[in-house]
Design a binder for this molecule. Structure first.
Ligand SMILES: Cc1ncc(COP(=O)(O)O)c(C=O)c1O
Length: 392
């Protein structure tokens, strides 16, 4: 008996529950369909087993047409073999750790990595007997000296969070691969496009699509991408066991975000460079940490390896800036909002005091700016009035 005929001959209370589709198929919309669903039904008992591989659907957790569509399109964007969609950047980081590490593993993480990554290392992972050692993000080939027989993973994040160090990823990859160690990259800043992770030898690359792919500060999602079958198998197995379910509605928003990613990135890049160049001329600012400007540690590597820059950069304030003056400056801003998660349409600001870095501590205050789609001249005027206000 087919699904079509299964519901016939029953009372309406039963018939109304018949899940087989009644509408004609073949609606070829430009917008990908949103499929919600936990349970998937089978025609044959023999097909009823969990599977995350191949083209079958077996359970909503392991993929719906909507989540798979998003994964496939991000994989295409990043020239990856496949991309897994996960609930957010932090869960992508966790998935990568749990794929490669077990008790007694040693991991290398740049000291400029996204803060909650380091917190995860010092907290939950330390409790599981996994040792995460931080390294100078500008170490390049020197990473070889830190690799131990128990090293199971080397993380890169380029540019680093807040202090914006550009890493020599190819040199780190060469040293890692010589020792048989895989390299993972947090490629969120580059939106998976301004730095081609796989062309530079990275084994597994993640990005918080919360930021640029989503692009409107209204969803939390991330992707973990792999370049070949063996990695697909390892990451996919851990992904299945961790139960990292994602909302198909959020995936649909991310699919929509992809349509305007190129045009938003182009605008954000232009605005960020214009605002950063203006900042460089201000006497109140010691340094501007923007990958496209020479002040940025690793700028030459950015020129060599990247095809663009995005919306976030930091300014280092002079030593004469007290905490009160920084607060006055940040709170005087009218367009830039105080907030953490960048990459949307709105300009954001956040202040950080004394970030410890192996390359030389930033002892004063750093302010991270994220430009949105606002007019660049308005953003500059906003900064100008806030600097003036903070000096009074
Ligand atoms: C570099 C980087 N990686 C990962 C994340 C985490 O992403 P999510 O907010 O989706 O957990 C962030 C968030 O700010 C980030 O800046």
């Amino acid at each position: 008996m087919t699904n079509e005929t299964k519901g016939k001959g029953f009372v309406w209370q039963t018939r109304v529950l018949d899940p087989s589709p009644k509408a004609p198929s073949g609606f070829r919309s430009l917008a990908p369909a949103v499929y919600r669903g936990s349970t998937v039904t089978f025609d044959r008992l023999a097909d009823a087993h969990d599977d995350w591989r191949g083209n079958r659907y077996t359970y909503g957790l392991y993929g719906t047409p909507t989540t798979r569509e998003l994964g496939a399109r991000v994989a295409q964007l990043e020239s990856a073999h496949a991309s897994f969609v996960v609930p957010g950047g932090q869960s992508a980081i966790l998935l990568i750790y749990l794929t490669f590490c077990k008790a007694d593993s040693h991991i290398l993480l740049p000291d400029s990595a996204y803060g909650p990554n380091a917190e995860l290392a010092d907290g939950l992972l330390a409790g599981l007997g996994i040792e995460v050692e931080s390294y100078d993000p500008l170490i390049g080939a020197g990473i070889a000296a830190l690799i131990r027989p128990t090293t199971r993973l080397i993380w890169c994040e380029s540019p680093g969070s807040i202090t914006m160090e550009i890493q020599d990823v190819p040199a780190i990859v060469t040293a890692a691969h010589d020792a048989g160690v895989p390299v993972a990259l947090d490629n969120t800043y580059a939106a998976g496009v301004f730095f081609d992770a796989f062309a530079h030898g990275v084994d597994v690359s993640m990005q918080a699509i919360t930021k640029y792919v989503g692009g409107h500060s209204d969803l939390l999602l991330a992707t973990v991408s792999v370049i070949e079958d063996a990695m697909l198998e390892r990451v996919g197995t851990a992904h299945r066991l961790l139960g990292l379910a994602v909302s198909p509605d959020d995936c649909a928003l991310a699919l929509r975000g992809l349509q305007t990613l190129a045009i938003r990135l182009q605008r954000l890049e232009g605005t960020a460079i214009e605002v950063a160049r203006w900042c460089k001329e201000q006497t109140e600012i010691d340094r501007v940490l923007h990958p496209a400007l020479e002040d940025c540690p690793g700028h030459d590597i950015w020129r060599r390896d990247f095809t663009g820059s995005s919306s976030v950069f930091s300014i280092v304030l002079g030593r004469d800036w007290s905490g009160d003056r920084v607060t006055r400056f940040v709170e005087a801003l009218r367009i830039f909002r105080i907030g953490f998660s960048w990459g949307g349409t709105t300009a954001l600001v956040m202040a950080y005091e004394s970030l410890p870095r192996k390359t030389g501590a930033y002892e004063g205050w750093l302010v991270r700016l994220n430009v949105g789609l606002e007019d660049p001249a308005d953003l500059i005027a906003d900064l100008e009035q806030a600097f003036a206000g903070a000096s009074r």
